[in-house]
Design a protein around this ligand. Sequence first.
Ligand SMILES: NC(=O)c1ccc[n+]([C@@H]2O[C@H](COP(=O)([O-])OP(=O)(O)OC[C@H]3O[C@@H](n4cnc5c(N)ncnc54)[C@H](OP(=O)(O)O)[C@@H]3O)[C@@H](O)[C@H]2O)c1
Length: 459
Amino acid sequence: MALRFHRPSLLHHQPPQCPPKPAPRRPLSSPPHYFSSYTPTATPPTPLLMSGSSASSEPLGTSTRRWSWGRRLRTHPQLAVKAASSAPAHIQVGDNPNNPTEDSPSSAAPSPAVSFRSREPKDVTVVVTGSTGYIGKFVVRELVRRGFNVVAVARERSGIRARNDREKTVQELRGATVCFSDVTDLDILQGSLEGFGGAPVDVVVCCLASRSGGIKDSWQIDYGATKNSLVAGCGRGAAHFVLLSAICVQKPLLEFQRAKLKFEAELEEAALSSGGSLTYSIVRPTAFFKSLGGQVEIVKDGKPYVMFGDGKLCACKPISEEDLASFIVDCVMDDDKINKILPIGGPGKALTPLEQGEMLFRLLGKEPKFLKVPIGVMDFAIGVLDFLVKIFPSLEDAAEFGKIGRYYAAESMLVLDPETGEYSAEKTPSYGKDTLEEFFKRVIREGMAGQELGEQSIF
Ligand SMILES: NC(=O)c1ccc[n+]([C@@H]2O[C@H](COP(=O)([O-])OP(=O)(O)OC[C@H]3O[C@@H](n4cnc5c(N)ncnc54)[C@H](OP(=O)(O)O)[C@@H]3O)[C@@H](O)[C@H]2O)c1
């Protein structure tokens, strides 16, 4: 894929001119030109290339190789240079008493490497992968609004069913530098980030997610491409990684959850062993509005509200795109969000499907009409699909989608209290101001535009 870059154009809406083709890729054994002014002899992070990129011959997620990114990051001259260059003059990397050592927990106080936090947002470069997604778009918008220097990584065709061309993508990501690249290929991604010749990368925000939710795609995106974002970002000096994950990974029964969890664990390990030069924030939101709005127009048309069991099997504290994006952007600079897993919900109390349905009928001024489907129906369908997969392996994604549907029908999107083993609304933090009630009112008025579900129509 050709690499192209759009510089942000705040003054006019024409897609800005692409610069000439980026400089030829440096040989992997030579230092990136970017760092040459600091350490001409620096060697590139070649070992980090052993990532889950699509070039790997090993199936993603099944690798038995142990990764030790942190050790490589710590010993990597480029990253040390970056850490040193961003540290106040009186602090040297390695001798800061606040620096976590190999044995100390990664939740220690911020190290010199995160001193980008002392700069103005305009002097902080944030790379966003998954920038064209439901949440990613709002993250880019919020970063731009707060004045950060934003590099949004996107595909040549983006959006649900690839409906946006480059021009539309650039329009949607106004104010950011759009870097057209391929996150599934580490070499290409690294080349892209080297190619734009801008400021060093300070932070990576990853909002990538499989569009299909299929097994292979989940491993390729929620694990492999996410990992590529980290490796490529760190190769450009990133000192902080913000990951958009999901609260449901607490109880991992699905492949995309396992893929996310595997990356989360590796990210924590990398930060722990980086000597403080890499920190992270893992954001685990509850349900998005788009996942709860699917029945508004159906009910408006007079049909019953469908729910499983008695409608109380699961609950969530839904959060809007704007509110979640704001929380994610807080994670870029806030010291109190460093090296933490951050479950997050929207404002107000947790709502069951029954309560959501009641709210909807009230807003529509209609008599409540529910269709209660026994959860066993789903179990039966999943059982049949699991059996068929043994004969027709090509049905494995269909079986997985059944399991995803079953999971969301029965599991709460709330913090799972380790003491009780129960979901806890009280332990699920709230953030923001947008309520589901306001969202339902808007969908009743204006429809679900902008709230479309992914290709599998499940989430
Ligand atoms: N739905 C919920 O209620 C809920 C609740 C909590 C957490 N979450 C989590 O939130 C995360 C983000 O969700 P979302 O709804 O914002 O996701 P989304 O709208 O599906 O966006 C996915 C992003 O990843 C990119 N992507 C996917 N496959 C790609 C590929 N092969 N190559 C390059 N880019 C690729 C997409 O790019 P393109 O535009 O080019 O396709 C898009 O930017 C997910 O991890 C999800 O599990 C969801």
